[in-house]
Design a protein around this ligand. Sequence first.
Ligand code: BJW
Length: 253
Amino acid sequence: MVENDSAVALAPLITEAADALRKARHVCVLTGAGISAESGIPTFRDALTGLWAKFRPEDLATPEAFERDPKFVWDWYEYRRELVRRAEPNAGHRALAELAGRVPKLTLVTQNVDGLHQRAGSTGVLEYHGNILRDRCTAEQVVADRSEDSRHGLPRCAACGALLRPDVVWFGEPIPRGPMIAAAEAAGTCDVFLSIGTSSLVYPAAGLAEAALQRGATVIEVNPGRTELSDAASLVLAGPSGELLPRLLRALA
Ligand code: BJW
């Protein structure tokens, strides 16, 4: 096979990343919207296309927006749910599921709400920002079923009739306690940290790579673009995760 220029330029970096993974006892992985881009799900900051193009995602993913206009916010989530339901995991998701079997311990933290890691075979995934396919009761704050009459208006809780919302974490809301504690523990104890397909703009998720760096871990970024993390990362693999993660896995063999 004739490799193109960027594939050749990346070869020593892939080898270096594979060496670090080979020596690692605990690998912590943080994924963001970029890993699902090759499954056809727009990244968070590219999410507003078509009818939604004139809005900013930062203005829709807030409790204030939902309070102001729940129907409008629900319409956006129903549109995105449909995209997620139709999407399939890609080679990047599958490579991470396989990587878990090749290293002594792997903790996978995802900021994504699409459930594609689980569908690719990853287990024990820490959903840092929730899951778009679940509904949560706004009164009891628990995952809930929809009442029968939800088809005629806004979705209502089958148990208590209160308004439902998507079970995701909006700006200004706390990260669910279980995933937050487990992710902090993994970032603080891993020897290799992989940051994949995230702009590293949103905290506290972006702080996980910083914690790993401070503790002396090798931090490897996989992303076709530069991010807030790129300058500090130990290694930057510049390219799409659906190509580079399978390549990294092959180099590990
Ligand atoms: C590819 C690719 C390919 C493309 N392959 N890559 C400290 C400092 C400053 C601010 C704060 C701070 N601490 C907290 C804040 C406030 C705020 C925050 O971070 N704001 C920033 C905008 C500055 N954080 C919060 O509010 C958080 N809560 C909190 O801190 O609570 C405190 C609290 C404590 C106790 C009580 C009460 C409160 C909550 C953050 C919630 C984020 N939620 C969202 C929405 C989820 C639901 C939904 O999807 O609708 O999560 S926002 C959005 O951003 C979403 C994402 O998970 C998250 C991260 O985005 P991500 O994944 O990085 O996507 P993109 O689009 O930004 O980047 C995609 C990347 O992929 C790009 O780099 C591309 O190049 C790359 N890419 N193709 C690989 N093929």
